[in-house]
Ligand binder design. Structure first.
Ligand SMILES: [Mg+2]
Length: 265
């Protein structure tokens, strides 16, 4: 591993480049290239660099660390699950979770409501795992996540005609309006529930924490590179955020091209 100047001694010490992982640093669902790794190493001599992935750290370690190098040593900052999990120079930063945020009592109330609601739903097929409990969110599925591919396709079609998820979302938004939750439909059979603001902008909280530390660095220029920058994409909020300079990329080659131009690499 090459040596890097301490963060406070980089030529552009108040600048950080943050990168989405899938489709931006790596091809979709594939590993990072040697060329990208070399470019990251060169950029790291000029400013701070960080990842911002939506998936968990295991996935990031696979794609960016190729399961051979500890990814937290390759970037100054690594953010997984939009920043609910973070590392700075290999050290883990304070983490957050959906259950920590909502609390057991309020979660129980919501889980009970969801299970009652689904119990009363008259839909052609029900399977299992109606609530999937994840670190940063819950995922709710009226048919259940154990549905087979055929059952998923059938539910999607039925849902389109009958608005099962649409109506459930309407009722839940009203019932839990006081909690400040985002309800997001994606995929064929389910929807996600997570606190407002727990998109990729969440990771910016860690950078703001840095500025408050003794001798901490204030990042006045935050570049963000992402391929899902359009509305509904998981880079949209951070790409549009006034605290960042958003760069829309088509693929990893485009990321490299833009970096070479921007930083004269
Ligand atoms: Mg992406």
């Amino acid at each position: 591993m090459a040596d890097y100047p301490p963060l406070s001694e980089r030529p552009l010490k108040n600048t950080i480049c943050l990168f989405d992982v899938d489709g931006t640093l790596t091809p979709a669902r594939a590993d990072i290239s040697d060329e990208m790794l070399e470019l990251m190493a060169a950029l790291r001599k000029k400013c701070a660099i960080g990842t911002v992935g939506g998936s968990n750290m295991v996935k990031q370690q696979e794609q960016v660390g190729r399961n051979t190098i500890d990814v937290t040593t390759m970037f100054d900052f690594c953010f997984a699950e939009n920043g609910l999990k973070g590392w700075k120079l290999g050290q883990e930063l304070p983490s957050n979770s959906f259950i920590k945020w909502i609390g057991e009592d309020q979660y129980k109330e919501m889980a009970n409501f969801v299970l009652h609601y689904i119990a009363d739903l008259d839909i052609p097929v029900k399977r299992g795992t109606f609530i999937e409990f994840r670190n940063g969110m819950i995922n709710i599925s009226p048919v259940g996540r154990n549905a087979s591919n055929q059952e998923r396709n059938d539910f999607e079609k039925y849902d389109l005609e009958n608005g099962v998820r649409k109506e459930m979302l309407r009722v839940m938004r009203e019932r839990f309006a006081h909690l400040g939750l985002t309800f997001s439909v994606g995929g064929q059979i389910s929807f996600d529930v997570f606190p407002n603001g727990w998109d990729k902008t969440y990771c910016l909280r860690h950078l703001e924490d840095e500025a408050r530390k003794p001798d901490g660095i204030t990042y006045t220029t935050i570049h963000f590179f992402g391929d899902k920058y359009f509305e509904g994409g998981n880079d949209y909020e951070i790409y549009e955020d006034p605290r960042t300079i958003g760069h829309a990329v088509k693929n990893p080659d485009d990321t490299m091209k833009q970096l070479r131009e921007l930083f004269d690499l």
